[in-house]
Design a protein around this ligand. Structure first.
Ligand code: ZN
Length: 77
């Protein structure tokens, strides 16, 4: 498979089991959403709709893949 620096992956967080950690689709490094150190990844974009987080775009520091995290469920009730 040809590697591209501009590869964008899409991860649906509703499909993640356990405490929310998931492997980078490109390089396999474990990304923990609770990790705020930016050692493994950094947040490059957030999309918010009506104060609900709709999408998070992160950049893997190891392989520089962009990963779009989707599936945040708005709390309506
Ligand atoms: Zn990676």
């Amino acid at each position: 498979m040809k590697q591209s620096q501009n590869a964008v992956f899409r991860v649906d967080i509703t499909q993640i089991e356990g405490d929310g950690d998931f492997p980078c689709p490109q390089c396999g490094v474990v990304i923990s959403p609770d990790d705020k150190t930016e050692a493994v990844y950094k947040i490059i974009d957030t999309k918010v709709k009506k104060q609900n987080l709709e999408e998070l775009v992160i950049l893997c520091n190891k392989c520089e893949s962009k990963i779009r995290l989707v599936g945040f469920v708005p709390v309506d009730q």
